[in-house]
Design a protein around this ligand. Structure first.
Ligand code: ASP
Length: 340
């Protein structure tokens, strides 16, 4: 029998109404399992562990990614797979962060959550939880089918570091704009075997340490020199993500290029991510990105913002060498990048 560890971190999936019935507050894991007795019918041995203080995922910090990774590490040999219950708001960040932290992962780590609390009549939580667990139990040729960090939400299994929360309303709240889904749950659970990630390294380990001295600078028509300078001259920052227009374009103000050049010279890693959900950065395609390229901005290709934020913090946490970080950020590490 396959053994699965359910890790409850918080989020709507385990929320109940507060006593005054005005807000939703996190409840404990016992409640989640009580609500879904069907789980006991699965051909799997289930155990669970919960954050002492379940969190709304907007309160998630890098230290919580480390705490989740530590639970997986401590239990890696004992369990065949892991299902992590997590709020949907920052689910794509946590899934991305975990994908970079795990080396040699050969077991499924599936994150899921829900749009409606588990106790509500029309909840999506029950199906998400049951099917995530079922996906985690699947084996073929004596090994788990899934050997990566994935997100399951409303019938779809996605590579975690390719996802974005897309809707506050729909049950299918996530998209994976630049990578196909890994599997779809219908009458059967159908994998797209060609899209699954496999790592060569045999030994499982967890690499932690995040440096959050980064900023995300969103460009918009009319952005001022004052704002840009405040970010680019900030001595505390080691990495800056510029969220650009279209295929990686920016206004051609001389003050912008000069500020970028001097930050790059100081050793700040500046990277280019597009504001478009789908497609990729192509520096040099338009005149409006040529300046970024020559100022030393690194293209993040088709990476999501969520993957870029977590990857940048992760790489900066691994090394003081900004050249190494510049090189690695543009390299595909865990299937998060296909066009650089
Ligand atoms: N605010 C909640 C959270 O992310 C929303 C959810 O779980 O869907 O924790």
């Amino acid at each position: 029998m396959t053994s699965i560890l359910i890790i409850y971190t918080g989020g709507t999936i385990g929320m109940i109404e507060s006593e005054d019935r005005q807000t939703l507050v996190p409840f404990n894991l016992k409640h989640v399992l009580e609500q879904v007795p069907e789980l006991k019918k699965l051909d799997a041995k289930l155990s669970s562990v919960s954050f002492e203080q379940p969190l709304d995922s907007s309160d998630i910090e890098p230290e919580h990614w480390m705490a989740i990774a530590e639970i997986v590490k401590q239990n890696y040999e004992e369990y065949d797979g892991f299902v992590i219950l997590h709020g949907s708001d920052t689910l794509a960040y946590t899934a991305s962060a975990l994908s970079f932290m795990f080396e040699g992962l050969k077991k499924p780590v599936i994150l899921t959550g829900s749009q409606l609390p588990i106790g509500m009549i029309r909840t999506d939580a029950r199906e998400n939880l049951i099917t995530a667990v079922e996906f985690a139990t699947l084996r073929m040729h004596d090994e788990p089918v899934l050997q990566e960090v994935a997100i399951y939400f409303e019938d779809m299994l996605y590579r975690g570091n390719r996802t974005k929360k897309f809707s506050t309303e729909a049950f299918d709240a996530f998209i994976s704009p630049n990578y196909p889904k890994l599997a779809k749950a219908g009458v059967n659970l159908n994998f797209d075997f060609n899209e699954l990630f496999r790592c060569e390294r045999e030994e499982f380990s967890v690499q932690d340490g995040f440096d959050n001295r980064i900023a995300v600078l969103t460009l918009f028509p009319g952005i001022t020199e004052q704002l840009v300078t405040a970010v680019l001259t900030n001595e505390n920052l080691r990495g800056i993500i510029i969220l650009t227009f279209g295929s990686g374009n920016a206004p051609r103000h001389q003050w912008l290029m000069t500020a970028i050049e001097s930050a790059v010279k100081r050793g700040v890693v500046i990277v280019n991510v597009t504001q478009c959900a789908k497609g990729n950065v192509e520096q040099g395609k338009y005149e409006t990105s040529v300046g970024l390229l020559s100022a030393g901005v690194v293209s993040c290709g088709d990476m999501t913002l969520e993957a870029t934020v977590t990857k940048l913090m992760f790489l900066l946490g691994q090394s003081d060498d900004s050249e190494w970080v510049r090189d690695r950020i543009a390299t595909n590490l865990k299937g998060e990048l296909s066009v650089s």
